[in-house]
Write a protein that binds this ligand. Structure first.
Ligand code: F0G
Length: 482
């Protein structure tokens, strides 16, 4: 992809694949969009697909699959135990990550449950560059806690730091000194750090983290769910890795990790997950939980068809043309929005384009959920479904007080190989219109608030009739257009 230049000099990401299966989309009129978001309690997770034009909620389980993945799914070997399909997946894991032991699990959070049950004792600390919602929930469920050690620059939404997902080595050393290495269950590095805008860490940083872990005898775990994006950025932005193959960078990252786990809903573009390690001790500790919570050791809750698709998908992840597509489309969107003055997280990361809601709607207080309000507003403006990644995605503290997020983001995920550039242009257009009309957007307040992972099921209502007024302005500006 990066090798093709346009004669007129435009920086346009060119797809190195063609579309052979399509799904018709529906764009309901703005009046229906106002109704639909109200029915969904202003929570984009609760919208129905038939009401959505561009689904930018997530890249999880919705990436386009390749012809080779679909073909492999037809040749799956179905059996409870000892399936050939499992052996093929296990061999692929061995080949790519060079890890002897592989444990299958039905998705990423299932791996997190197994890791938390197996390795987190009450009172233990997990040090991480940045938490992910489900990871933190599983650790706290085991009465452990999470310490975030991302570099300060990581929380700076506008930056030109190429690796905002780096862990601060100084902070790690201070944490170990303060609590003692024996009280740290493990260090977790999240590739393509999700909640701060899909930001990568560098290979150099990983080496430094690993050195500290090794010196103190602490387990280093890599969450490889967003590894594809992180690999792309290492090759693209880290001088020392420019001439390394993706396979080689993967191998080095793997050598530095004691355990690797992943959501195959992201990595490998299918649906499933798994953990791998070279430590027999860790393997044996975790193994019993797989059979308890997931399934037998040769399927772990996954369908054999999905396992075949993961095997092919992991191999395809080693292809630069494949892993370039997401980040380059995201960079395109970020650049175009920046040109129009829309506040976006920079530098462009993986996973999706992240809009800085704190600044987009700076008139909405955090107690009225600016990122959630912006997500609802963008759905009304264009039938585009994004995801709130701000205070609604946090949990209240033990006293029931709101925990305000460090950053209030509206994530517009870019599922891999799914959207065309004209659809991305449409999303940009609607975001820009919304930005020009941002003063019409007001806050939200909870009407139903679950205690755990409230962002999935919680229902909110608008603090005024701002959504009706926003739709009226849309009609005024767009006439009878959808
Ligand atoms: N780790 C990371 C970094 C993730 O982004 C996710 C999921 C998980 C673990 C959990 O994996 O969904 O297969 O159970 N992220 C999804 C998202 C949900 O939309 O960002 P899972």
């Amino acid at each position: 992809m990066s090798k093709v230049k346009f004669y007129h000099g435009g920086n346009i990401p060119l797809e190195m694949h063609k579309v052979r299966i399509v799904q018709k989309l529906n764009l309901p009129p703005v009046e229906r969009r106002v109704e639909a978001i109200k029915e969904a309690g202003n929570n984009t997770f609760l919208l129905k697909n038939s009401d959505i034009f561009m689904d930018m909620l997530t890249d999880s389980g919705v990436n386009a699959m390749s012809d080779n993945q679909l073909a492999a799914m037809m040749q799956a070997d179905d059996s409870y135990a000892g399936s050939e399909t499992f052996t093929r997946l296990e061999n692929k894991i061995r080949e790519i990550f060079d890890k002897r032991f592989f444990l299958p699990a039905h998705q990423g959070r299932a791996c997190e449950n197994i890791l938390a049950q197996g390795l987190v004792k009450p009172g233990a600390i997990v040090a991480t560059n940045y938490h992910f919602t489900t990871t933190k929930a599983h650790i706290t469920l085991q009465s452990g806690s999470v310490e975030e050690l991302v570099i300060d620059e990581g929380l700076n939404v506008n930056s030109n730091h190429p690796f905002k997902g780096n862990m601060d080595i100084e902070k790690l050393n201070v944490l170990i000194e303060k609590h003692g290495a024996e009280n740290i269950a493990f260090v977790r590095l999240e590739a393509g750090t999700n909640l701060i805008g899909g930001q990568p860490f560098s290979l150099q940083n990983m080496r430094e983290v690993q050195k500290v872990c090794k010196d103190f005898g602490i387990i280093l775990i890599l969450d490889a769910s967003l590894l594809a994006d992180n690999l792309y950025f290492i090759k693209e932005r880290e001088e020392a890795c420019k001439d390394m193959s993706i396979r080689k960078i993967t191998r080095i990252m793997s050598e530095l990790s004691d355990v690797i786990y992943f959501s195959a809903r992201k990595l490998g573009c299918a649906r499933g997950g798994g953990l791998c390690t070279n430590s027999e001790e860790i393997y044996l500790k975790l193994r019993e939980y797989i059979t308890l919570y997931e399934g037998f050791l040769t399927y772990g809750g996954m369908s054999v068809r999905e396992m075949e698709a993961i095997t092919v998908g992991l191999e395809e992840t080693m292809d630069e043309d494949m892993i370039n597509q997401g980040p380059r489309f995201i960079a395109y969107m970020v650049e175009k929005l920046q040109e129009k003055g829309v506040p976006v997280v920079t530098p462009a990361g993986g996973l999706g384009c992240h809009i800085d809601a704190m600044s987009f709607v700076d008139h909405i207080p955090q107690s009225q959920y600016p990122a959630g309000a912006l997500a609802a507003a963008l759905y009304i403006a264009g039938g585009v479904r994004g995801m709130e990644r701000g205070t609604i995605s946090e949990q209240r503290d033990e006293q029931g007080n709101e925990v305000f997020a460090n950053v209030e983001l509206l994530r517009l995920a870019m599922p891999r190989r799914v959207f065309t550039l004209s659809q991305v242009e449409y999303a940009i257009d609607r975001v820009v219109w919304l930005y020009e009309n941002r003063k019409l957007i007001e806050g939200l307040t909870f009407v139903e608030e679950p205690k755990v992972l409230r962002f999935f099921f919680g229902k909110l209502t608008a603090v005024s009739d701002w959504q009706t007024r926003l739709a009226a302005k849309f009609r005024e500006d767009f006439g009878d257009s959808l």
